[in-house]
Design a protein around this ligand. Sequence first.
Ligand SMILES: [Zn+2]
Length: 282
Amino acid sequence: MQKDQLFTRRRMLLAGVAALGSAGTAGAVLASDGEETVRAAAAPAPAAAPGPQARPALGPSAFRLQPLTGYGPPRTPPRKLKVRDEPILRISGSGRRMVLTFDDGPHPDYTPHILDTLARHRVRAMFFVCGECVVDNRELLARMAEEGHVVGNHTWTHPLLTTLGREEIRSEMERTSDIIEDTYGDRPQWFRAPYGAWNRATFQLGAEMGMEPMAWTVDTTDWMEPGTDTIVDQVESGAAPGVVVLSHDAGGDRSQTVRAIREWLPHLLDSGYHLTVPRRRV
Ligand SMILES: [Zn+2]
């Protein structure tokens, strides 16, 4: 049954249906199990008939010929959200639920291994991607969609946003949402500032573009390449209900991250944790 839902979603993507920017509205973050999230994602299937919002899928070369913003076919208008003054640090909800997040990718050397491990354990995660990395790895975004992962916006070039002007921040975020929509199928509903450097403008622009700001609770410190054992320890000692775990699938040598998740993921599952993706409360 889960498989059918995934196939439905895949067909929607192949049909190039602009998805469901309007599915979520402002509100608390709700933990949900993966199946529920996939069902929510597949809900607009009846709208798959070509309509004003249906857009043809772009091939890899067509994308390069298409302006990133401004001139293309109309995109799904984002539902504006309440402007927060701090990012979300953990998920609410009952039970031993945790969220796994992977930043800075996709990367052809590391992301596929992480996806393989997640698939082996039937776990869904969030990937906060950079637009410039998506350009040459579009198939990895398609795979994330096919396997039920959630893709969030991590800007185009991973700048320190607090040093940029408002229009530069807007461009970083908007271009990234556009390429995510083109490759993943939906506009992102989540945004994460590089280096966790948030300011008023990032919260305002994110809300304007229909994205909630998502930070993290536990940093695996994998970006410091501290050794596989240290990464495993960070995750296992930080595990607790509602925790959001930060890892990286690009931005450096991530072979330690790849090895570590093969160890800590089965341990967390054996300890009774349910690894899930968040869903915005409608
Ligand atoms: Zn980052």
